[in-house]
Design a protein around this ligand. Structure first.
Ligand SMILES: [Fe+2]
Ligand SMILES: [Fe+2]
Length: 167
Protein backbone atom coordinates (compact mmCIF):
# COMPACT_ATOMS: atom_id res chain seq x y z
CA UNK A 1 0.00 0.00 0.00
CA UNK A 2 1.22 3.44 -0.88
CA UNK A 3 -0.61 5.15 1.97
CA UNK A 4 1.65 6.27 4.77
CA UNK A 5 -0.93 6.82 7.44
CA UNK A 6 -2.74 3.79 8.78
CA UNK A 7 -6.49 3.96 8.32
CA UNK A 8 -8.64 4.25 11.40
CA UNK A 9 -10.53 1.08 12.33
CA UNK A 10 -13.83 2.02 10.72
CA UNK A 11 -12.17 3.23 7.52
CA UNK A 12 -10.19 0.00 7.27
CA UNK A 13 -13.22 -2.24 7.85
CA UNK A 14 -15.38 -0.24 5.44
CA UNK A 15 -12.67 -0.42 2.78
CA UNK A 16 -12.70 -4.22 3.19
CA UNK A 17 -16.47 -4.21 2.69
CA UNK A 18 -16.12 -2.24 -0.55
CA UNK A 19 -13.47 -4.63 -1.88
CA UNK A 20 -15.68 -7.64 -1.25
CA UNK A 21 -18.76 -5.97 -2.76
CA UNK A 22 -16.76 -5.25 -5.90
CA UNK A 23 -15.59 -8.87 -6.08
CA UNK A 24 -19.17 -10.12 -5.74
CA UNK A 25 -20.20 -7.81 -8.59
CA UNK A 26 -17.40 -9.13 -10.75
CA UNK A 27 -18.46 -12.68 -9.92
CA UNK A 28 -22.01 -11.93 -11.11
CA UNK A 29 -20.62 -10.85 -14.48
CA UNK A 30 -17.99 -13.56 -14.81
CA UNK A 31 -18.71 -16.39 -17.20
CA UNK A 32 -15.84 -18.85 -17.32
CA UNK A 33 -15.33 -21.37 -14.52
CA UNK A 34 -11.69 -20.33 -14.18
CA UNK A 35 -12.42 -16.68 -13.50
CA UNK A 36 -15.36 -17.57 -11.26
CA UNK A 37 -13.17 -19.82 -9.15
CA UNK A 38 -10.45 -17.17 -8.85
CA UNK A 39 -12.97 -14.54 -7.78
CA UNK A 40 -14.71 -16.87 -5.34
CA UNK A 41 -11.38 -17.80 -3.76
CA UNK A 42 -10.46 -14.14 -3.40
CA UNK A 43 -13.86 -13.42 -1.82
CA UNK A 44 -13.40 -16.30 0.63
CA UNK A 45 -9.92 -15.10 1.56
CA UNK A 46 -10.96 -11.48 2.05
CA UNK A 47 -14.00 -12.42 4.11
CA UNK A 48 -12.16 -14.94 6.26
CA UNK A 49 -9.47 -12.43 7.18
CA UNK A 50 -12.04 -9.70 7.73
CA UNK A 51 -14.29 -11.79 9.99
CA UNK A 52 -11.31 -12.90 12.01
CA UNK A 53 -9.85 -9.45 12.64
CA UNK A 54 -13.29 -8.21 13.64
CA UNK A 55 -13.79 -11.12 16.02
CA UNK A 56 -10.29 -10.96 17.47
CA UNK A 57 -9.89 -7.20 17.76
CA UNK A 58 -12.83 -5.01 16.85
CA UNK A 59 -15.84 -6.79 18.34
CA UNK A 60 -14.14 -7.41 21.72
CA UNK A 61 -13.36 -3.68 21.86
CA UNK A 62 -17.07 -3.05 21.29
CA UNK A 63 -18.15 -5.19 24.27
CA UNK A 64 -20.11 -3.10 26.72
CA UNK A 65 -20.15 -0.16 24.32
CA UNK A 66 -22.34 -1.44 21.50
CA UNK A 67 -25.82 -2.92 21.89
CA UNK A 68 -25.24 -6.50 23.05
CA UNK A 69 -27.98 -8.04 20.89
CA UNK A 70 -26.59 -6.44 17.75
CA UNK A 71 -23.10 -7.68 18.54
CA UNK A 72 -24.35 -11.21 19.20
CA UNK A 73 -26.19 -11.21 15.88
CA UNK A 74 -22.99 -10.13 14.18
CA UNK A 75 -21.13 -13.16 15.54
CA UNK A 76 -23.92 -15.49 14.36
CA UNK A 77 -23.91 -13.84 10.93
CA UNK A 78 -20.16 -14.36 10.71
CA UNK A 79 -20.61 -18.05 11.50
CA UNK A 80 -23.24 -18.35 8.78
CA UNK A 81 -20.80 -16.84 6.33
CA UNK A 82 -17.98 -19.15 7.47
CA UNK A 83 -20.08 -22.22 6.72
CA UNK A 84 -20.83 -21.02 3.19
CA UNK A 85 -17.19 -20.02 2.69
CA UNK A 86 -16.06 -23.54 3.62
CA UNK A 87 -18.63 -24.99 1.20
CA UNK A 88 -17.45 -22.74 -1.62
CA UNK A 89 -13.80 -23.49 -0.86
CA UNK A 90 -14.48 -27.22 -1.01
CA UNK A 91 -16.43 -26.99 -4.24
CA UNK A 92 -15.90 -25.82 -7.78
CA UNK A 93 -17.87 -23.64 -10.20
CA UNK A 94 -19.25 -26.62 -12.12
CA UNK A 95 -21.03 -27.85 -8.96
CA UNK A 96 -24.80 -27.61 -9.06
CA UNK A 97 -25.11 -25.21 -6.11
CA UNK A 98 -21.83 -23.28 -6.42
CA UNK A 99 -23.28 -20.09 -7.95
CA UNK A 100 -26.19 -20.22 -5.52
CA UNK A 101 -23.83 -20.47 -2.56
CA UNK A 102 -21.83 -17.46 -3.75
CA UNK A 103 -25.05 -15.53 -4.32
CA UNK A 104 -26.48 -16.33 -0.89
CA UNK A 105 -23.14 -15.47 0.70
CA UNK A 106 -23.25 -12.07 -1.03
CA UNK A 107 -26.78 -11.46 0.23
CA UNK A 108 -25.87 -12.42 3.77
CA UNK A 109 -22.78 -10.23 3.67
CA UNK A 110 -24.82 -7.33 2.34
CA UNK A 111 -27.23 -7.61 5.26
CA UNK A 112 -24.38 -7.93 7.76
CA UNK A 113 -22.50 -4.95 6.33
CA UNK A 114 -25.63 -2.85 6.71
CA UNK A 115 -25.85 -3.76 10.39
CA UNK A 116 -22.25 -2.69 10.84
CA UNK A 117 -22.38 0.49 8.79
CA UNK A 118 -25.88 1.81 9.42
CA UNK A 119 -25.89 5.45 10.48
CA UNK A 120 -26.43 6.10 14.20
CA UNK A 121 -27.72 2.60 15.01
CA UNK A 122 -24.99 0.51 13.36
CA UNK A 123 -22.13 -1.18 15.20
CA UNK A 124 -19.52 1.22 13.83
CA UNK A 125 -21.57 4.31 14.64
CA UNK A 126 -22.24 3.10 18.18
CA UNK A 127 -18.57 2.24 18.69
CA UNK A 128 -17.45 5.64 17.47
CA UNK A 129 -19.99 7.38 19.67
CA UNK A 130 -18.73 5.42 22.68
CA UNK A 131 -15.27 6.86 22.03
CA UNK A 132 -13.28 3.78 21.01
CA UNK A 133 -9.70 4.64 20.03
CA UNK A 134 -10.17 4.04 16.30
CA UNK A 135 -6.60 4.98 15.38
CA UNK A 136 -5.04 2.48 17.76
CA UNK A 137 -7.56 -0.20 16.73
CA UNK A 138 -6.88 0.59 13.07
CA UNK A 139 -3.19 -0.13 13.57
CA UNK A 140 -3.90 -3.41 15.32
CA UNK A 141 -6.39 -4.45 12.63
CA UNK A 142 -3.99 -3.59 9.81
CA UNK A 143 -1.12 -5.53 11.39
CA UNK A 144 -3.24 -8.62 12.05
CA UNK A 145 -4.80 -8.40 8.60
CA UNK A 146 -1.38 -8.50 6.95
CA UNK A 147 -0.33 -11.43 9.10
CA UNK A 148 -3.48 -13.49 8.47
CA UNK A 149 -3.54 -12.74 4.75
CA UNK A 150 0.01 -14.06 4.43
CA UNK A 151 -0.80 -17.18 6.46
CA UNK A 152 -4.01 -18.00 4.60
CA UNK A 153 -2.37 -17.44 1.23
CA UNK A 154 0.40 -19.81 2.20
CA UNK A 155 -1.47 -22.59 3.95
CA UNK A 156 -5.06 -22.13 2.79
CA UNK A 157 -8.10 -21.08 4.76
CA UNK A 158 -8.65 -22.74 8.11
CA UNK A 159 -11.59 -25.06 8.68
CA UNK A 160 -14.34 -22.76 9.95
CA UNK A 161 -13.80 -21.72 13.53
CA UNK A 162 -17.39 -21.19 14.59
CA UNK A 163 -17.89 -18.85 17.51
CA UNK A 164 -21.59 -19.35 18.18
CA UNK A 165 -22.77 -22.57 16.54
CA UNK A 166 -23.26 -25.19 19.22
CA UNK A 167 -22.56 -22.60 21.89
FE1 LIG B 1 -17.29 -6.05 8.60
FE1 LIG C 1 -18.60 -8.33 10.48
Amino acid sequence: MAEKKTKDAVALLKADHRIVEELFEKYEKASGDGSKQKLAERICLELSVHAKIEEEIFYPACEGKVDEELLKEAYVEHDGAKILIAEIEAGEPSDEFYDAKVKVLSEQVEHHVTEEEQRIEGIFAQARKAGLDMDALGEQLAARKAELTATYKKSGLPTPELTTIGA
